[in-house]
Design a protein around this ligand. Structure first.
Ligand code: AMO
Length: 443
């Protein structure tokens, strides 16, 4: 009888272990990423899950003879002796002197774009059209390794702060964020909506777990094609109960960002180096009220017409201002106008025109919205009515308030937006693995 032992060996010896095996034969498995034929010898670069490993073929080393089936993108098992390699700057590097290559699979065609150079040089649309292939380029794949680091940091930090990870439904009975950017779905004859955010559910879970978080996809039917909007993105949300003030939420986000940036520096150093990521300092984050920020924008920028929200150029201006004034890449803008925030937002009891809410700008781009929520049943029903909503439609959401909820609040961070500005991209699509926008649903 065959029995499973629960053990699968790691496919390749990591490069970091080569120094302990100098002079020994080791085997790695990966894709042949690049072949540089130097006539009497050849460099064969093997791409493993996270590394590029230089292997050298020469008839001098062994009886193995290179054949034509060793081609770029074939999968192979390469065996060779670990030797120090010559480097121009004298730094310590190792390579494999090939003693055998076993081909495990052969591609049917040559990649449509060059992926074996340092960088993929085609335009964005072509890059996205061929994503399953272009992602193999080490710089492209490093983007999403960094993105993994951000999510991991968010998760690890919140778990250390007693948050419970949850998953809420993406097929919803109502749009949580209002507006028209909600996808409608025919659900066995009923109209339902794709979740714009986990808002209605994460709040419901506060009286259950006190602190919850979720990392998951959300959907926005954006009707325009911009460099900062996707129709499906990953939202990193949390919600916490028993807050004393909405600044508890901003402090928790600051702590999460501190942890994330530190994690990237330590555990993702290879990708940080490869992409030359400028990791921001998050020791403290300055705060400014919406009203004061708006006044500054109106003074410094021309043609500001929307007095209730910021245009992208105002956010960019505020980003530069925070850098100059506080040497900070981040800026919290607080107390947004009540008229511009969703129905669940708590108005400021000292000035009901404004809310106990905030956005976080990172290098001049909004990456987060958050704030304190209404926890009182009558207050929530009244606000819904004032906004022309039908509380009956939100009966299940209102159970939260009706049956008792502590003062609470939370936030949502757009993962692709954070990645975009961390890596200095001009378009959010570079930071989305398989982006969905008004013109794209493939690959
Ligand atoms: P909001 O709608 O502001 O707030 O969204 C939160 C964050 O999500 C990101 N984001 C987007 N990213 C890419 N494409 C889009 N179309 C897109 N829309 C938004 C932004 C934004 O700051 N429920 C609240 C959050 C909360 O209060 O907890 C919400 O979803 O980075």
């Amino acid at each position: 009888m065959q029995e499973m032992t629960g053990f699968v060996p790691v496919t390749s010896m990591p490069y970091s272990q080569f120094r302990d095996h100098v002079g020994e034969q080791v085997t790695i498995k990966g894709a042949i990423h690049n072949i540089r034929d130097m006539s009497d010898f050849a460099f064969i670069i093997v791409r493993t899950a996270r590394e590029l490993i230089q292997c050298v073929y020469s008839p001098e080393f062994s009886d193995y003879r290179l054949t034509d089936d060793v081609m770029e993108q074939c999968s192979a098992k390469v065996t060779g002796k670990v030797v120090p390699s010559e480097t121009r700057d004298g730094s310590e590097r190792y390579e494999l002197q090939i003693s055998n290559i076993e081909i495990l699979s052969t591609p049917a065609a040559i990649p449509p774009v060059v992926i074996s150079k340092k960088q993929v040089t085609c335009d964005l649309a072509t890059d996205l059209d061929f994503r399953p292939v272009t992602l193999r380029n080490p710089k492209e794949r490093a983007i999403f390794k960094i993105q993994e680091g951000i999510q991991r940091g968010f998760r690890e930090y919140l778990m250390s702060q007693n948050f419970t990870e949850v998953h809420t439904p993406k097929i919803n009975f109502a749009g949580a964020e209002g507006g028209t950017n909600v996808f409608k779905l025919d659900y066995f004859g009923k109209t339902v909506f794709l979740a714009q955010s986990p808002q209605l559910y994460k709040q419901a879970l506060v009286p259950v777990y006190e602190r919850v978080f979720e990392i998951g996809p959300v959907f926005r039917a954006e009707h325009h094609d911009t460099s900062r909007h996707l129709n499906e993105y990953i939202s990193m949300d949390f919600e916490m109960g028993f807050i004393d003030s909405f600044t508890d939420i901003m402090n928790t986000e600051t702590g999460a960002l501190q942890y994330i940036m530190n994690l990237l520096k330590t555990e993702y150093a290879a990708e940080v180096d490869l992409l030359k990521v400028d990791i921001p300092d998050v020791t403290t984050i300055p705060c400014i009220r919406f009203k004061d920020a708006k006044e500054m924008c109106v003074k410094k920028l021309k043609n500001i017409t929307d007095m209730k929200d910021f245009e992208p150029e105002e956010e960019a201006f505020l980003g530069k201002w925070a850098k100059k004034q506080y040497n900070s890449d981040f800026l919290f803008v607080t107390h947004y106008l009540s008229a511009k925030r969703p129905f669940y937002t708590m108005d400021d009891p000292e000035d009901p025109e404004v809310t106990l809410s905030f956005d976080l700008l990172f290098r001049g781009l909004e990456i987060t919205s958050g704030g304190q929520r209404i926890h009182d049943y009558n207050m929530q029903v009244e606000k819904m009515k004032r906004l022309g909503m039908d509380p009956e439609q939100f009966e299940t959401y209102l159970m939260l308030h009706k049956y008792g909820a502590p003062p609470h609040g939370g936030l949502g961070i757009g993962l692709e937006r954070l990645t975009m500005h961390l890596l200095g991209f001009k378009n959010v699509r570079y930071a989305a693995m398989f982006p969905r926008d008004i013109n794209r649903v493939t690959p």
